[in-house]
Each structure stands twice: as structure tokens, then as C-alpha cells.
Design a protein around this ligand. Sequence first.
Ligand code: NAD
Length: 235
Amino acid sequence: MGDMQDIRNIVILTGAGISAESGIDTFRSDGGLWEQHRVEDVATPEAFARNPDLVLRFYDMRRAAVQTKLPNAAHDALARLDEKWTGGLLIVTQNVDDLHERAGAARVLHMHGSHFNAWCTYCDRRSPWRGPLIDRPPCPACNARALRPDVVWFGEMPYRMDEIYGALRQADMFVSIGTSGAVYPAAGLVQGARDLGARTLELNLERSQGSDWFHETRLGPATMMVPEWVEEMVG
Ligand code: NAD
């Protein structure tokens, strides 16, 4: 990756693969199933309308499970990069876990929302949330019993795309970590970054659907590949 000294602004996209070695299942790890469920049955607005109890219980379990997991060496390395990198940096994550934050990274944007917010469909406000939602607790802001997980489901619009594209326009380097390149618009960010002139690097366990779009692909587990790359960047 030549001309490292020319790199000032970095955008990083992370996916479920960066949290896999923390013991959090990726989306399609189990033959296309996510924790034994078809994605359409738990991660769409239609599923929530059809069977809210199933969906709320599913996310309650995920939210509880994530709290028993720890950040791994890849999250730690990105937190170190965030601390040391004096140029622009934005870690755009598709993950709804909080492992980037718990590792200490600050410049993190959750484009698919977070397990740790609840969204009131009555007053439209978001509140920090750690417990279950299955018992229809009241919204802390308005008391309505209309909270749902603040996660972006299939068919819904990811959050803060303006900010993401704003950062991409400034980016000299775009790095994708542990993401399958199957979920749009996240999967399209590499094309945008490339069109806007950034160097593009993929770190993943295996070649992803979007691999051909990257200038460089390095294959291996995130806990090895990410610390190695961060070492190159900040020494
Ligand atoms: P995905 O499951 O579609 O793909 C995961 C990718 O990570 C694959 O390309 C796989 O090869 C790679 N991978 C697996 N283990 C790895 C490792 N140890 N090191 C490096 N790479 C590894 O995940 P995605 O692309 O993030 O898919 C999108 C959706 O899944 C997102 O919308 C996200 O919200 C949701 N999701 C999030 C979590 C989480 O928050 N941790 C978990 C599961 C799913």
C-alpha cells in the first residue's frame, strides 16, 4: 500500500466478521440462518408486524448475549488507531453490538442502529436501553408502550448516509473489515470510495462478493489482519 504518508483521512467499514472471534455469530454463518432463524422471520418490518413477540424475544436474546462478550484484538486495534490517528477517521459499523465502543473507539457511526437503543414508534424518540423489550416497557420519554429495537431491518433506510458520504468524499483510504458485501447500501460504499479517489483495502476471512472492487484484499481472521494493518498505519 504505497504512499502511506499521503493518507490523511480514513473511512473504515466493519461488519459482523470483526465480532465473530468475540463469539457473536455472523449473519450467514450457519447455512444462511442467523441464530437458527431465517432473516426474513426476524429482521424485517413485516416480520415485526406479523409476529412482534418472536422478533422482540429474538433481539432480547441477542442484546443479552452481546453483554456477555468482550471486544477482541481487532476492536482493540481500531480503538488504538482512533486514539493515535491525527487525521480524519470514521469507523462506520454495520454491527449492532457495542464492541467498538467498549474497546475504546470514539469515532464510531452505527449505520444499522444499535442493540442498546430502543426506538419509540409513538413519539419517535430513541432511549438508551439494556434490558428486554418483550414485556412492552413504557417509553422513558412519553410512556407509550411502543418500543422496538433501534436496529435497521431489511427494507429500512440505514442511518446517517449523508455523514458517511461526507466522510467518503474526504477519504484517502477506505478499509472494509469482516463484511460480506451482500447488504446494500453498505456493500456499495467501496465503489463510492473508489470513484472518489480513495485507496481501497479489504480485510476479510474469505473473498467477499465485492472483492473485485478493492485495490487490495488481505485474507485472514480479523484478530490477526486488523492489528497488523493498524501497526502499519501508526507503528
Ligand atoms: P455477514 O454475516 O453477511 O458477513 C460476515 C463476513 O465476515 C463474511 O464475509 C465472513 O467471511 C467474514 N468473517 C467471518 N469471520 C471472520 C473473522 N474471524 N475475521 C474476519 N472476517 C470474518 O455480515 P455483514 O456483512 O456485517 O452483514 C450484514 C448484517 O448483519 C448487518 O446489517 C448487521 O447489522 C448484521 N449483524 C450484526 C451482528 C453484530 O452486530 N455483531 C451480527 C450478525 C449480523
